[in-house]
Design a protein around this ligand. Structure first.
Ligand SMILES: [Fe+2]
Length: 620
């Protein structure tokens, strides 16, 4: 279902139950409904060349409302450094003149002063300086402030052209010599703007107890508002993508990022916590690999590597992301992967699995069974899936990860990861596929040599080397899993994996609902629950799977255990069939799972974590 105009696309209205499988992993669904079908028939320019009927207004509006309309953000906290971010729109050079809106390339340089203080009132300033906002970086600015104290609360703001930004709150990492601190952070992924209101971000912004927010990818999606629109029909006209067409170039990606930074809930979450982020595929195009993507059409969308370079450029401009030192670790291309340390408690390796990945196994012979899911047990496919020359991260990154996972001296090795790491076999019968077992070739299951090597590596190193906790997104559903060494009951486990639900992107429930058009909510819920229960039965290491709720996970790390609290939107009801379209419904605590040190297994926990006993230092 790459391009609605492509001949391989399934016609609207003929969803098979397989869509229930194929879409949550990586795919958008073609929206159903007469209104959207009519809009699709009217055409959006897709397939007819790169037409750019931009509506710049929503993404550009904050530029008309002052210098700092896109808010402030901070990111990539270490024990002594933090990245500060804003977008500083220069005032028009003449009254009523053109405004330097995102992506426009307009506007001269603007001198921006920044301050980082120990107190909200800025009486005790720790660091200050100036930086220049220029059109070359879309008037975004980043400051990598160094020489800070570990695990310390700071406040920051910017000033330019007589205006002052909102005050942001941030903190350095709990990475303090000779002192171990607890760690608490949120895990999020898959925030499709047209998929719903960002109430999960609002809920995070209200919290006072997070050291940072970890976003593991799909912060933006590339789709437009035409037949490729991704999200509920109820939000048409209320939450539309900007630009209106698929993002394919620098201007488009800049506008898409600006649209997100204009969202008040997202602004709040950035203003209240530092973020650690890494992109997945949709920051460029669906199911990207090293020289192409499922949702890239060279004939009409140009050269893929040019597109990707421009997408990365916009990402780095608009995100509080610090590029690691390029020469210190062997890598291919730009080194986006990075590692954070938290004293003797934990480290966090953040992977990047798109830039150098081998192409997904060719699905063409199997498209009759849909999407990115392919049948297990077809010899040619299985051999290709396990081909040792095919890689998800490039070999240099894999070695870097293995070194980190084997390092002694820390209780936990956390891994920020894009696509599901644990093996998952989807039972065909329970999902209406007529039997057999299926797997998703876009996740680690599609790169089984790397997957097996990493599991063996973990298994070969006992808990004295630390226990691994993979933290994953992508599949728009909530999971808690062991990492089995043998894929059978009675398996030995080499670590655990927690997968966060999407912020807004379609999950199993929405796909089941689309496939069973008009079915009552209780029936769709029952079929979703039945399908996910069958997945846990087929894969005994999957201890929890929810395909209904949206939201986030809070991770609480102590020397003794790592607990994952799943915060989910309430179950759909006949009265509220889609909580994502209600701007007042926020995720609430739903379930908790924990892994105790040296067990390498997840078990249910009684309730959410309580107040923190360990808070960052406040100097004033
Ligand atoms: Fe996603």
């Amino acid at each position: 279902m790459t391009n609605p105009a492509s001949p391989t696309n399934e016609p609207v209205g003929t969803s098979s139950p397989l869509d229930t499988l194929s879409a949550p992993a990586t795919r958008r669904t073609v929206l159903k409904g007469a209104a959207l079908a009519a809009a699709a028939a009217a055409g959006s320019g897709l397939g007819g060349g790169v037409l750019r009927p931009f509506d710049r207004e929503a993404a550009a509006a904050p530029a008309h409302h002052g210098v700092f309309g896109y808010g402030v953000a901070s990111g990539d906290p270490t024990g002594d450094a933090i990245v500060l971010w804003t977008r500083a729109t220069p005032p028009p050079s003449t009254p009523g003149g053109p405004v330097a809106t995102p992506g426009s390339g307009l506007g001269g340089p603007l001198r921006v002063r920044w301050e980082l203080a120990y107190d909200r009132g800025f009486r005790h300033v720790a660091k200050r300086g100036t930086v220049s906002a220029r059109a070359a970086s879309d008037h975004t600015v980043k400051v990598d402030v160094r020489g800070l104290r570990p695990y310390t609360r700071y406040y920051y703001r910017f000033r330019a052209a007589g205006e002052t930004s909102p005050v942001g709150r941030t903190q350095t990492a709990p990475d303090e010599p000779r002192r171990e601190h607890a760690l608490r952070f949120a895990l999020v992924s898959c925030s499709n703007y047209t998929g719903g209101y960002f109430t999960a971000y609002r809920a995070l912004g209200k919290r006072d107890d997070l050291d940072f927010v970890l976003h593991v990818g799909d912060y933006v999606y590339e789709y437009g508002n035409g037949p490729d629109r991704y999200g509920p029909a109820d939000l048409v006209g209320k939450r539309d993508g900007i630009p209106a067409t698929e993002t394919v170039d620098l201007e488009g990606y800049r506008l898409r990022h600006a649209l997100h930074k204009a969202d008040p809930d997202l602004q709040l979450a950035h203003r209240r916590h530092p973020w650690i982020t890494i992109f997945d595929d949709h920051e460029v195009a669906n199911n990207a690999w090293r020289s192409g993507a499922e949702n890239h059409t060279p004939g009409t969308e140009g050269d893929f590597l040019t597109r990707r370079r421009e997408a990365y450029e916009a990402y780095l401009e608009w995100m509080p992301f610090r590029l690691p030192e390029q020469r210190r670790v062997a890598h291919q291309g730009t080194r986006f992967f990075k590692r954070f340390t938290f004293g003797t408690l934990a480290d966090l390796s953040v992977l990047e699995t798109r830039q150098n990945r081998s192409a997904q196994v060719d699905l063409a012979p199997y498209t009759k069974v849909g999407g990115g899911f392919i049948p297990e047990g077809v010899p040619a496919v299985d051999a290709e899936l396990a081909d040792p020359d095919r890689h998800l991260p490039e070999p240099e990154q894999l070695r870097w990860l293995e070194q980190g996972l084997a390092a002694r001296g820390r209780a936990w090795h956390l891994v920020g990861n894009q696509v599901v790491f644990a093996p998952v076999r989807f039972p065909g019968a329970a999902l209406g596929l007529g039997g057999g077992r299926f797997l998703n070739s876009d996740q680690w299951d599609g790169y089984q040599a790397d997957q097996a090597a990493l599991v063996s590596h973990l298994d070969a190193h006992d808990s004295d080397h630390g226990d691994a906790v993979f933290l994953t997104g992508d599949i728009h559903s909530s999971w808690a899993m062991d990492l089995p060494v043998e894929q059978e009951p009675g398996y030995r486990s080499a670590g655990v994996e927690f997968v966060c639900p999407s912020v807004t992107s379609d999950g199993f429930y929405e796909l089941a609902s689309a496939a069973a058009q008009g079915a009552p909510v209780p029936a769709v819920l029952a079929s979703t629950r039945g399908a996910t229960a069958a997945v846990t039965t087929t894969n005994p290491w999957v201890r929890y799977l929810d395909g209904v709720g949206h939201g986030f996970v809070v991770l609480d790390v102590t020397r003794h255990r790592v607990q994952a609290d799943f915060h989910l939107t309430p179950e759909p009801t006949t009265a509220v069939p889609d909580p994502r379209v209600d701007p007042d419904i926020e995720p609430e605590w739903a379930r908790s799972f924990t892994t105790v040190r040296r067990t390498r297994r997840v078990v249910a926990a009684d309730g959410p974590v309580g107040r923190r006993r360990d808070e960052p230092h406040r100097r004033h």
